[in-house]
Each structure stands twice: as structure tokens, then as C-alpha cells.
Design a protein around this ligand. Structure first.
Ligand code: ADP
Ligand code: MG
Length: 581
């Protein structure tokens, strides 16, 4: 849809909503108010779920906390503005506090832990009766506030839409979507997980708390069993899921449908409320996984597909020829600089010692081949260097710094880039977005917009030109490997760890890859450790070979010398020769 039409529609909708209190009766006004509050709840919940990938079943607790903070202050004589501010403050504070234990959990465990928050708050509200008046509830001043409450709810809903649009396009939002796609890869790409998760949950809780405060103001009576009611708590979640979690319009469309249905059906069937809700969620799960807006008849329809927008970053078509030069600094190589040193690094999984007392030194500008039979510990060593695992004993130093206390994102910022043996691109994001995430969050720290623009050059470099707007999950295995290389390079690493890229490539493709490895060292001063089974590929470019067997280094020598080594020949080269067939 042309942008101007879109803006026109939005403006007309806003004007229509703004006119409701003047023209409609108080019943309809209260209904639209409640609808806007539900939308704020559904959408702010979806920042955590649809964007970041964490299912928070306790979102409604922040609504209740906001309502209580507001009501307690207002009934004690505080003016309106500070009472609302207190709601947001205490809602966000509660989120901040629960974040600390909650984000130690993942997946289903996180969801279950959050489910406990709502009943816990009900218990607290019932028992701190000095403050909350327990089960009697709090009666607010009996002013007629429907109209101002309506406009506050409308403003909050507009702000919620603005935040959602911002998340779709911002660096922060891309951080969240990287976390949703693969949290570990996101961290290794340089994203500080805890800060992103904490900020998002706090933001979402702040909006829920404000929604609760506005609704409490209009209800003029709140009690623990209505403010912390699990039956009500799941409604915004069901609404967002019905519309389509993660989609720009999913929570909005879902909530409008849901509320209308509820009005039509549940006024008559209110005793069946939970049963009807449960049935609806079941039916969504069975027939519309991903929500209504992801249904085929919408995504495939000529004039309806825009409803299912996910909003991927759009870059204006580049004008003129783009240079083939990678936008990376040309670092001079100092052969005396030690980029990486391992000193007796050891890593074990239970009794299985995967990396055994490994000591090695990598100098700036070297291209080192790391080889050894399957299971000899090559990938585990990469995982130690990039901070996925901590060595059980021994030290790893990057440019002289012991990384024992560094998180994976800090190690990325020291200039370590890597690829994965089994490719792990951010599946639901496009090639352009994958590369840009590597660039904006990695050592290069390029602003997002520039990173999105320069993604073209990296994509062409690895042979993915023409596929920039394709989702990574739709690429072939080889293309995914190429994307991994592009994402790692875009971060502007000092040391690049390449984990088996050549298997499955044709001879010509291998030659191109070898040229790339040499090229990034010669032109940009990037040091490379390359794990590879295809020995003929390695032999074309490496200066030195390090051979692992059963987790231990059995040879570390210039290529020609290593190839004459008896141990190497028996343990590795014989093996590689059979595998290469
Ligand atoms: P390579 O990359 O050289 O093929 P790996 O580093 O993947 O070898 O594996 C080394 C050893 O560590 C193998 O015995 C493997 O089974 C074991 N291993 C690797 N990762 C894990 C893990 N996450 N959990 C348990 N064992 C592992
Ligand atoms: Mg491996």
C-alpha cells in the first residue's frame, strides 16, 4: 500500500477514535477504552514474546501492580500525575526485580516461572492489607473520569504503536530478534543478552502498569481477585496469539477481534468464559498456528498480504556501482604481535576430555590450519575461544588479555569472529539483516542504517548477491555457510575462526573460498584459524598446521614439516584422505 494511503488511514482512525467520547454513549466509550487497554497489554506483552522470544505468562501482574500503586497514592491524596508516575515506576521496578532470577531460566521454565507471578501478587495484595485494604479492595474517589481516562488510554495506545514501529526498525529491535532466533549466536555476535532482556521486560511492564492505572481510575474500584485474576490475565496473550505474535498488526487485529467476539458471545455466556477462551486457544493452535494474519488466504492474497507485515528493514536501491572493496579497515600486520595464546586449556564434558591441555600461539597475520579427526576437539576449542564454554583449567589470552572473566559478547568486541560448523544464521531474518546484525553488534559497531546499506558488499563478496532480502532459513546449506562468513567478516574481526566450510563445495567454489581467506589476510590484516577436513583446500593457503588428536595437540609446525610427521600421517592424513572421498 502506498505510504500516503497508510498515513491517511492512520489519521482517519485516530480522528475517529478521538471523536468517540463526543458522539457515542458511555457504554461504547467504556468499551473502546477497555479495548485500547487490552491492545496495550497484548502489544506490550508481544515485545517480549514476538520480538524477543520469551513467553511471559505473568504480564498481567504488572497491570495489577500499576493499578495498586496508582490507587494507593491517589486515595492518600497524591495528585494525578505523580500517582500515574508511581504506577509506571513500581511496575517497572517489579519487572527489574523479577528479571534477575527469571532470566536465568529459558524456554518452558521461564514461562512457568512467570505464571507464578500473578497468583503471588494476589497473595501479597490480600495480605498487605495495611496498604491494599486486603480483599476489601480500594475504592477510588467517585469522580466521573471516563472521558479523560479514554484520552489517556488512546494516547498510551498511540505510544505503544510508536514503540512497536521503533522496535521494528531499530538496532535494539534487531538485537531482540537475534535473541529470539538464536540466543547463543546472538551473544557471540556481540549482543549483551542480559541488558537487552532486562530493558525489554521493564519497558513492557511499564506500559502494562500504566494501562492498569488508567483502567483502575476508570473502574474506581480495584480488588486483588480482579486485578490479579489468571482468567483475565491470559486474555491479552490469547488476543496477540490469535492475531499473530511478532507481526506489526497481529496484537491489534487479534485484540479487536477478541474483544468484539467477547462482547457478542460472552455477555450471554459469561459463565462459560474460561471454557470458550480455552477452546479458542486450542483452535488457534490447531488451525492457525502463528495466528490469523499468517493464514495462507491472507499472506497469499493480493490486497490483504500487507496485514501480515513483519517489517524487514528496507534500504533504498543503491545508486551506481558499488565498489568491490570491503568496508573494512586495512590493518598493517605486525608479525610479533600475538593475537591468541592458549596455555594448557582443558575442557571436559563429564568424563570426556574434549580439549586436553592445549597450548598454542597465533601471531598476527597468520593463516593457521587446525585439523584432526572427528571428535578431536576442534569445534570445542573454538567454543572456548569465543566464550561459549569456559575452560576447566588453563588460560586463553586474546592480545594478552586473559578472557576468563569475559562474556561472549565482550570477546566478540575484542575482535573474535567465527562461523559454525553446522550453520546457525538467524533463520527468520533476511541475508541483509543477518549481515547487518554482525556488523552493528560486532567489533565494528557500525550504526544500523550504515550496516544495512553496506551489507550488499559483503553479500556479493561471498556470492550471495541477489539474495539480500531472502530469509536465511530459505537458503541452501552452502549459501548458509557463505552467509556465516559474511556475517563474521562484517563484524570486522581481528581473528576469524572458520569451522569447516569447504565440504560440499565444488572445486571452483573451494578455489574462490581459498582466495577470500588469503585476501582478507593480505588486505585487511585479519588473522585466520581454519578448521577443515578437505586437506587440499587448506594446503593452498595455510602457513602452519596444528593437529589435534583426542583433544591434545600432536603437531604444530609449518605445513610441509607437519605433513612429513609420522603421527600426523597416521592419525590425520590417512583419515582425511578417506573422508575426502
Ligand atoms: P571436532 O570439532 O574436532 O569434530 P568436537 O569439538 O565437536 O570435535 O568434539 C570433541 C569431543 O567433545 C567429542 O567427543 C564430542 O562428542 C564432545 N562434545 C562436543 N560438544 C559437546 C557437548 N556440548 N556436550 C557433550 N559432549 C560434547
Ligand atoms: Mg567440529
Amino acid at each position: 500500500m502506498p505510504r500516503i494511503v497508510l498515513y491517511g488511514c492512520a489519521l482517519a482512525l485516530a480522528a475517529g477514535v478521538a471523536a468517540i467520547p463526543a458522539f457515542a454513549g458511555s457504554y461504547l466509550t467504556a468499551f473502546v477504552l477497555a479495548l485500547m487497554i487490552s491492545f496495550v497489554m497484548a502489544q506490550s506483552w508481544d515485545w517480549v514474546n514476538g520480538q524477543m522470544g520469551y513467553l511471559n505468562l505473568g504480564h498481567f501482574a504488572f497491570y495489577g501492580i500499576g493499578a495498586y500503586a496508582f490507587a494507593i497514592l491517589l486515595t492518600r491524596g497524591a495528585p494525578l500525575a505523580p500517582s500515574f508516575a508511581a504506577a509506571v515506576f513500581f511496575g517497572s521496578l517489579a519487572a527489574l526485580l523479577v528479571s534477575l532470577p527469571l532470566f536465568r531460566l529459558k524456554g518452558d521454565y521461564f514461562a512457568f516461572a512467570t505464571l507464578a507471578i500473578v497468583p503471588l501478587c494476589e497473595l501479597l495484595a490480600n495480605n498487605f492489607d495495611g496498604l491494599t485494604r486486603g480483599s476489601d479492595g480500594i475504592t477510588l474517589p467517585p469522580d466521573y473520569v471516563l472521558v479523560p481516562a479514554f484520552y489517556m488510554a488512546a494516547s498510551l495506545a498511540a505510544l505503544t504503536i510508536a514503540v512497536t514501529l521503533w522496535l521494528m526498525r531499530s538496532r535494539f529491535g534487531y538485537g531482540l530478534r537475534a535473541i529470539r532466533n538464536d540466543e547463543q549466536v546472538a551473544e557471540v555476535a556481540g549482543i549483551r543478552l542480559f541488558v537487552f532482556k532486562l530493558a525489554t521486560l521493564t519497558l513492557s511492564a511499564g506500559f502494562a502498569a500504566m494501562a492498569g492505572a488508567i483502567q483502575a481510575w476508570q473502574f474506581s474500584y480495584i480488588a486483588p481477585n480482579t486485578m490479579f485474576n489468571l482468567g483475565v490475565a491470559l486474555v491479552p496473550i490469547a488476543g496477540a496469539l490469535l492475531g499473530g505474535s511478532g507481526l506489526l498488526l497481529g496484537p491489534l487485529v487479534g485484540m479487536v477481534l477478541f474483544a468484539s467476539l467477547e462482547q457478542a458471545l460472552l455477555v450471554k455466556l459469561s459463565h462459560l468464559r474460561e471454557a470458550v477462551l480455552g477452546l479458542m486457544i486450542m483452535l488457534i493452535g490447531r488451525f492457525l498456528p502463528g495466528g490469523l494474519l499468517r493464514a495462507k488466504w491472507i499472506t497469499g492474497h493480493r490486497s490483504l498480504f500487507w496485514l501480515s507485515r513483519e517489517s524487514h528493514f528496507e534500504v533504498a536501491a543503491s545508486t551506481g556501482a558499488v565498489s568491490d572493496e570491503l568496508p573494512l579497515a586495512r590493518r598493517a600486520i605486525d608479525k610479533n604481535q600475538i593475537v591468541l595464546a592458549c596455555e594448557g586449556a582443558t575442557m571436559a564434558f563429564g568424563g570426556n576430555v574434549a580439549v586436553n591441555n592445549v597450548s598454542l600461539t597465533i601471531r598476527q597475520g597468520e593463516i593457521v590450519g587446525l585439523v584432526g579427526p572427528n571428535g578431536s576437539g576442534k569445534t570445542t576449542l573454538f567454543n572456548l575461544i569465543s566464550g561459549i564454554y569456559r575452560p576447566r583449567s588453563g588460560r586463553i589470552l586474546i592480545e594478552g588479555k586473559d578472557i576468563a572473566d569475559f562474556r561472549a559478547d565482550e570477546i566478540a568486541h575484542l575482535g573474535i569472529g567465527r562461523t559454525y560448523q553446522i550453520p546457525r544464521p538467524f533463520a527468520e531474518l533476511t541475508v541483509r539483516e543477518n549481515i547487518a546484525i554482525g556488523r552493528t553488534f560486532g567489533a565494528s559497531k557500525t550504526p544500523l542504517v550504515d550496516a544495512m546499506r553496506t551489507a550488499d558488499v559483503f553479500a556479493r563478496y561471498v556470492g550471495l548477491d541477489g539474495l539480500l532480502e531472502r530469509k536465511a532459513e530459505l537458503l541452501s546449506l552452502q549459501q548458509k555457510k557463505a552467509l556465516e562468513l559474511a556475517r563474521a567478516l562484517a563484524a570486522e574481526p581481528k581473528l576469524l575462526l572458520v569451522d569447516e566450510v569447504a565440504s560440499g563445495l565444488s572445486t571452483v567454489e573451494i578455489a574462490t573460498f581459498v582466495k577470500h581467506i588469503r585476501d582478507i589476510r593480505d588486505h585487511y590484516g585479519i588473522t585466520v584459524i581454519w578448521v577443515e577436513h578437505i586437506f587440499s583446500a587448506l594446503a593452498q593457503v595455510v602457513d602452519r598446521l596444528i593437529v589435534l588428536d583426542n583433544g591434545a595437540v600432536i603437531a604444530d609446525a609449518p605445513l610441509a614439516e607437519a605433513m612429513r610427521d609420522e603421527k600426523v600421517l597416521t592419525t590425520y592424513l590417512g583419515h582425511a584422505a578417506t573422508e575426502a572421498k
